[in-house]
Design a protein around this ligand. Structure first.
Ligand code: ADP
Ligand code: MG
Length: 334
């Protein structure tokens, strides 16, 4: 089909913005399908995540950050399986071709792809409301993936990073709260340009440090429940062991403290890893955190049960759970 000289055709748009060299791929974009050559003995982990304007990101979001995040959230799922990310596909609905927006968006997605060593091998581009769907593929030596159902009785529960800070970044962006300058950038960065914990997931799998794992996208309590349910155990989280996301030396302002505490338990968008490990591995996990320069916190334990998450207070008493996290179809207090 001939295109109008002044209007970027679908194919020009794809070629200009979405096609880059794919050195790790047998046949990259341009044909009817890409051809991947997996390493021998590998299982392929594959995952998709959709980002819709107004649901997953605020309209007007910086396109470069959006491009990064669209890929990063998928890499977080691969990280949670312990996979090495290799390839990605991008299917997008675009309302109208906007060169500036596309340039920013593709620079974000390709900088994330480059950082984690993956090839964008194909996708689809159509006109429609702004919707981004990325599919990512990674490799894992057969039989070694970190599955949700693999936690055992008496395993420790661990989390990486600072759960809750992404939700604070979002609240700040929406004007619902003003964050103190000491933590503003860390919160915004975690919300807008999350760094998937790929190296952590791979190290936990390679050294058989973790048994079960999940990435925290909907909130700590909600995602812990998925681990508990899949492993057919309860999880007891000791609230005294949760990391403090208030900066050191900041006067405890009670209304702010409450928001921090709620974000820590049920704020979404963190893309940290939550995992189970045998108590004998505590020292090794501590050493791995140092090596990766990433704080790893032991926050609870797997106990007898059928998939519930309980919170323990200062004296070991059970605390009420008000709001577990984000659910697209039951967006309510539980
Ligand atoms: P087909 O009509 O055979 O489905 P398309 O015309 O949709 O092919 O796409 C042409 C080529 O461009 C394909 O190889 C496809 O994978 C690639 N492609 C299309 N959209 C994107 C995109 N957003 N990002 C990366 N590759 C894309
Ligand atoms: Mg197509």
């Amino acid at each position: 089909m001939k295109s109008h000289p002044n209007i970027l055709s679908e194919f020009d748009l794809i070629a200009r913005h979405f096609i880059r060299p794919t050195p790790r791929t047998a046949l990259g974009p341009g044909d009817d399908a890409a051809l991947l050559a997996p390493s021998s003995g590998a299982q392929i982990a594959v995952t998709s995540d959709m980002l819709i304007s107004g649901v997953h990101f605020l309209p007007g979001t910086d396109p470069e950050k959006l491009g990064w995040k669209a890929l990063a959230v998928n890499l977080s799922d691969l990280a949670a399986m312990g996979a090495q990310p290799r390839w990605a596909l991008l299917a997008c609905g675009l309302s109208k071709p906007d060169e500036n927006w596309l340039t920013g968006f593709s620079s974000g997605i390709f900088s994330c792809a480059q950082r984690y060593g993956i090839d964008l091998v194909g996708g689809d581009t159509t006109r429609g409301p702004l919707t981004l769907c990325v599919t990512a593929l990674g490799e894992i030596p057969a039989g070694t993936a970190l599955r949700r159902d693999a936690a055992r009785l008496n395993d420790d529960l661990w989390i990486s990073g600072l759960p809750g800070i992404a939700a604070l970044g979002l609240a700040h962006r929406k004007g619902e709260m003003r964050l103190p300058p000491e933590i503003l950038n860390a919160c915004l960065d975690r919300f807008e340009k999350p760094k998937p914990r790929v190296e952590l997931g791979i190290a936990l799998r390679k050294n058989a440090l973790a048994r079960a794992a999940i990435d925290v996208s909907d909130g700590l309590l909600a995602d812990a429940e998925h681990l508990a349910e899949a492993s057919k155990l309860d999880i007891a989280i000791d609230t005294m062991l949760l990391p403090e996301c208030l900066p050191e030396g900041m006067p405890p302002v009670s209304s702010l403290t409450k928001k921090f505490q709620k974000a820590r338990l049920s704020g979404g968008d963190d893309y940290e890893l939550l995992f189970s490990a045998a108590p004998e591995r505590r020292e090794d996990i501590g050493a791995l955190g140092m090596q990766l320069d990433l704080p790893l916190w032991r926050i609870g334990r797997f106990v007898e049960g059928q998939g519930r998450v309980t919170l323990l207070g200062k004296r070991g008493e059970t605390l009420p759970v008000f709001h577990k996290g984000y659910d697209h179809f039951a967006e309510n207090i539980q």
